[in-house]
Design a protein around this ligand. Structure first.
Ligand code: 5RP
Length: 235
């Protein structure tokens, strides 16, 4: 893990580049992901007074942060397409496949990213990995009633599912923005073929969505303390 000061510097540097793209593209509707990187972006947008943007959010957390600055947030169901989606990730591999959901948000993020004309993911250099899930689990959004059956199935194929628990405020599992239970899936040795694994996981009834984002990044913006690197997705 890089030092925290460097991480913040790197993220802010990368976010400045993202803001330039936003100002150039002038999206009518901008979709926002969730997490500490996106919270920094929201703070910068507010500081710059970019009041002409319309937002739709992938989480209650991002919606509340935008609203606290006085921005109007469109409801997800009122929007059928997004012009530009901006989000971060927990891990990104050399093919720009990603793991997301470390902050508990993934299903609405994937829906917004899928339905966006352009998808930008912005990370600090500490998120780049050679192979996904060597150090982190894959978050899954699971229908609550299916939790025992889903976990049994996952264990039977050699994975280690762990229901994510709240650390304070509520006893029991962490509930996702869509009312699911979050399960962190540990895979010894990491993931060989993220696309294949995503399909396999989605074929298990009860798993609503996975934190594997395959082929979603049109542009990856990677911040370092002293530079920013851009990587284009394959599509
Ligand atoms: C939320 C996400 C985030 O994009 C991911 O966890 C990165 O978060 P952060 O910017 O806090 O490092 O997928 O579930």
């Amino acid at each position: 893990m890089p030092p925290q000061d460097d991480v913040v510097k790197a993220r802010l540097k990368a976010l400045e580049e993202v803001l330039k793209i936003v100002e150039y593209e002038k999206p009518k509707i901008i979709g926002l992901g969730s997490g500490s990187t996106i919270s920094l972006l929201i703070d910068r947008i507010a500081n710059l007074g970019l009041n002409n943007l319309s937002f739709v959010c992938s989480s209650i957390g991002s919606s509340l942060r935008l609203s606290s600055y006085g921005f109007k947030v469109l409801s997800l169901e009122s929007v059928d397409q997004v012009d530009l989606y901006v989000d971060s990730a927990d891990e990104v591999d050399p093919n720009l496949d990603m793991v997301k959901g470390g902050g508990g948000c993934l299903t609405l993020e994937k829906i917004l990213a899928y339905n966006s004309s352009m998808r930008i993911f912005v990370v600090d250099y500490g998120k780049l990995v050679d192979r996904l899930c060597l150090r982190r689990p894959i978050p899954l959004d699971v229908i609550p009633q299916a939790i025992s059956m889903v976990c049994r199935k996952l264990r039977s194929v050699g994975f280690r599912p762990e229901v994510r628990l709240t650390d304070r405020g509520k006893f029991g599992p962490l509930i996702s923005d869509i009312g699911g239970v979050l399960v962190d899936l540990y895979i010894d040795g990491g993931v060989d073929n993220p696309g294949k694994l995503d399909m396999m996981l989605k074929s298990i009834p009860g798993i609503v969505e996975t934190g594997l984002f395959i082929g979603y990044a049109d542009l990856l913006v990677v911040g370092y303390p002293d530079k920013v690197i851009f990587k284009r997705g394959k599509t």
